[in-house]
Each structure stands twice: as C-alpha cells, then as structure tokens.
Design a protein around this ligand. Structure first.
Ligand code: ATP
Ligand code: MG
Length: 463
C-alpha cells in the first residue's frame, strides 16, 4: 500500500520540527555549494514546497533522478526557511524517485513558454504555475456556483446533451448520428433518411439547456443547470469554444426585477468566494497578467450594480460625443465598446441593461406592453462587457405562439414548450453564464482556450 503523505497545502500549515512526507513533481532544481534546492509541487496550492538536500544527506544515485518533471516522495523535517518567499522548507532525509523524467525531452523548462506552445502540451501544461492557478480557480468557482444555488434551495437539473429539437436557435449545432457516412440512406426525394438513424430523426448536441430547465422550474420552482454545451461556430475567436460549460438558473414566480437581483447576488457571491479562497492564485494573475484584476473583482463584489434600460443606454451613448466603431442608434445591438463605455466611463461599475428591442432578442423573451421591447437583461462588467444574459420568459400562450411564428420558427417543434403555457403557466425568468467567460474575467487570461483543460475549437480536438 502507498499511503498518501498529505497535500503540500497542508504541510505548509504544520509547525516547524514536524516530520512530514510530501509527494509531488519537481518544478525546478538548483544546486549550490553541495546543497540542492528542489521546488516540489503537487498542484494543491500555488506555492511550491522547497526541499533542501544537504551535502551527504541523500545518495548521489538517487539525486541524479531528481530532475524537472520527475515525481518524488520526500520525507524529512520541516524547518524554518532562511530564504525569501517561504516560511518553511523540508529538510530531506529520504527521497524516493517514483517516476523519472528525461531532461533532454521534458517540454516544460524554467524559461517561460508561449500559451500556444503550452496548448500543444496540454497533457503537461497543468503542471505549470499559470495553469495550476487557472484550474484551481476553475474548481473553486464551480464549487461556489453550486453552493450559491444549493444554499437557496435551487434544484440542480441535468438537462440532456443530445436533442432532437432543432429549436434552441442559439447557434450552429453539431449533428449526432450513427448513419454510415459512406452509405447514407436516402428518401425518394433524395434527402438523407433519418428515420433509420439512431434516434429515428435528426439529432444534435445541445446549445443550451434553458428550454428544458423551464420545464423543471414549472415543477420545482427554482432550478439550475451546470453542464457542457456545444456550438459548431466556425468563428475561431479568443472568446468562443466548440464545447464549453454553462450555468442556467430558472425561477418560477419571478419577474425581470427578481432575475436582476439574483444575478447581482450571484456574481457578488461567486467572486467573493474566489477572492477568499484563491488568494495566492489571484495575486499571481494580478501581478503577471493584468494588474486591474483584483481591483475590478473587489469592485464587482461590493458595489451596487447600476440599472438602465436599453433606451436610456442608447441615449447615454448618443450623447457620449465619442466616435464609436459601431454606430449607436435605437434598434442596434450594443457592441462591447458600448458596453465598456457604460461600465468603465459612465457608471464606473457593473451595469444591468434591460428591455431591449424585440427584433434583436430571442423569441422566448416576454414582450413589454409597448410591443417594441422585451424583458431582456444583460449584465455588463468593467473590463469585459457582457457577462450574463437573461430574461423574463413569455408565459402567455397566445403571445408566445405569435412570437414563434413572427420569427419564422416552426410551431410544431415547440409543442411542449407551448403546452407549458397552457397548464399552470406562471411568470418565470432566468439567465445564462458561460463558465469559461467568467474564468477569463477572473483570471485575466486572454484566450478562452487557456481556461478549459482540453479546448475544442475548429480543427482541434487533441487530447
Ligand atoms: P456571443 O455573442 O459571445 O457569441 P451568445 O450571445 O452567442 O454569445 P448566449 O447564447 O447568450 O451567447 O450564451 C450564453 C453564454 O454562453 C454567453 O453569455 C457566453 O458566456 C457563453 N458562450 C456563448 N457562446 C460561447 C462559446 N462558443 N464558447 C464559450 N462560451 C460561450
Ligand atoms: Mg454566439
């Protein structure tokens, strides 16, 4: 039996003089005057454990295997560290090299690597400082999201990943089929005959769990989804993935104001959690990636969010006396330059914009009495622009049917969605947050491929 010796994170909490055993991977090794210093990491915390090997303490044959990338078990005594950067270090009395790493070929060297290079080494990049910090924050953020909803009694619902409804309309979809691509069955008219496909009809990977979440909200009152989402967008931007994770709360007996209040509490709570639990990781991002990270996060966690309607926002932008790249006029969607102007220059804090023109928003958003705008909301944050999109849903059967037809969508696809409005319909609302977009905001990482363990993008699904 190999017993775990405890996380490095826990070793840092132990008193000087304790005998401890640590496991981990060698980040670097430095030799000077017969003494060796090894930086050991097990990923449990940002700081590496410094191992000191005094002359003669460990056999030379063993020390020869202690190279960058090798895995070790080290036992010894915890001593106060004279060096800057750590309070304690481990004076080794026993080192066991568990797995060697060939220094000639190990790809992660002390010198900095580009993000592009590290993406090609996604099986090893998690051992680097940057990716260690990214994935610890990702884990803490996911926990905070579940905690926020669970504490408020929300039911976590697992909406399906495979769907035969063509109806979600949020983006290009990936097909799911077991048909033989080299020998496709055809109808008499020459179309592909999906009746002999696995599901008996055309199937896709989901682009959103919202419509199914609405079904559950109309039974469990408050629910949330937290799962993978797929979009076959051939857009190759630093903000889009083909596979990403989305959080979608949905609340019955709730209107747009309630939705807005919840979104504000939600962002504050999850950001506060990360500020309180990932201090060393965030300090690293603030120092190495973007020195406004901590100040903007603290601001979002504490400032009251501003609220303006779309119409008010447009009038602020028209009066800005600024030549925007995209023109501003009532009816045009807000671009990120406009969103950043509102959050960074006008209000200097997060802003929630509501009541957008019906034409630029999805069919399921509740129509206002002016018949021109819908109960949509976007939460805008300084430094990034839109971070959450949501709405109060159209709960009136006839209005919803009109809106589906008006947008040229096939009514029959929405039969169950419409039926929810026939049996105990209630005002309800919800929003969506892309986990990776939130992580980009929190860490300052510039490319969405670097905040998910194994990114899927056009032309790339390695690992
Ligand atoms: P965008 O305009 O950036 O393409 P969207 O309007 O298509 O976003 P929604 O359909 O509102 O986005 O999806 C909800 C959330 O999912 C977005 O706010 C964003 O955080 C995230 N998101 C959307 N598409 C992607 C993607 N391809 N990769 C990663 N996250 C995404
Ligand atoms: Mg999109």
């Amino acid at each position: 039996m190999i017993e775990p010796g405890g996380y490095v994170r826990d070793i840092f909490l132990k008193p000087v003089g304790d005998s401890v055993t640590a496991h981990g991977w060698v980040k670097t090794r430095r030799d000077s005057k017969g003494v060796s210093f090894i930086q050991l990491s097990d990923g449990s915390t940002f700081a590496d454990l410094q191992i000191v090997v005094e002359a003669g303490a460990i056999l030379d044959e063993v020390l020869a295997g202690v190279t960058t990338g090798a895995s070790l078990r080290v036992s010894g005594e915890l001593v106060a560290s004279p060096g800057a950067g750590q309070a304690v270090e481990l004076k080794a009395s026993l080192i066991e090299v568990i797995g060697t790493a060939d220094t000639a070929t190990y790809p992660l060297q002390k010198k900095g690597h580009t993000m592009e290079f590290l993406r090609e080494k996604a099986h090893l990049r998690s051992r680097s400082n940057t990716f260690g910090a990214v994935f610890r924050v990702r884990s803490a953020l996911s926990f905070a999201i579940h905690q926020f909803f669970q504490e408020r009694g929300f039911l976590n619902v697992h909406t399906p990943l495979i769907t035969t409804s063509d109806a979600e309309g949020a983006g290009a979809m990936f097909g799911v089929s077991t048909l033989d691509l080299l020998n496709l069955p055809r109808t008499e008219a020459g179309q592909i005959d999906y009746t002999s496909d696995f599901f008996g009809k055309r199937a896709h990977l989901t682009v959103s769990g919202q419509l199914e979440a609405e079904i559950f909200a109309l039974a469990f009152t408050n629910v949330y989804t937290f799962g993978p989402t797929f979009r076959a967008e051939n857009s190759n931007t630093p903000r889009h993935l083909a596979e990403f994770w989305m959080i979608e709360p949905e609340m019955a007996f709730c209107d747009l104001d309630g939705n807005r209040a919840l979104a504000e509490q939600f962002l504050k709570a999850i950001i506060s959690h990360v500020l309180n639990h990932c201090e060393a990781d965030l300090a690293f991002f603030n120092q190495r990636v973007d020195n406004t990270i901590l100040s903007t996060l603290e601001q979002v966690a504490t400032a009251d969010f501003e609220h303006v309607t779309y119409t008010e926002a447009v009038s602020i932008l028209e009066k800005a006396g600024r030549a925007f790249e995209f023109p501003v006029f009532w009816g045009a969607d807000l671009q990120s330059e406009h969103e950043r102007y509102l959050t960074e220059e006008t209000f200097k804090k997060p802003v929630i914009v509501t009541d957008y023109p019906q034409e630029i928003k999805a069919f399921y958003m509740r129509r206002n009495d002016d018949e021109k705008t819908v109960r949509a909301m976007d939460v805008l944050a300084p430094r990034i622009g839109e971070i959450i999109g949501g709405s109060q849903r159209e709960e009136r059967h006839d209005v919803l049917r009109d809106k589906i037809t008006a947008q040229g969508l096939p009514l029959e696809e929405y039969w169950w969605y419409l039926e929810l409005r026939k049996y105990g319909s209630v005002p309800h609302a919800g929003f969506g947050l892309g986990l990776e977009r939130m992580l980009m905001y929190i860490t300052g990482m510039k490319n969405i491929r670097d905040v998910i363990p194994f990114p899927r993008t056009p032309g790339d699904a390695e690992f």
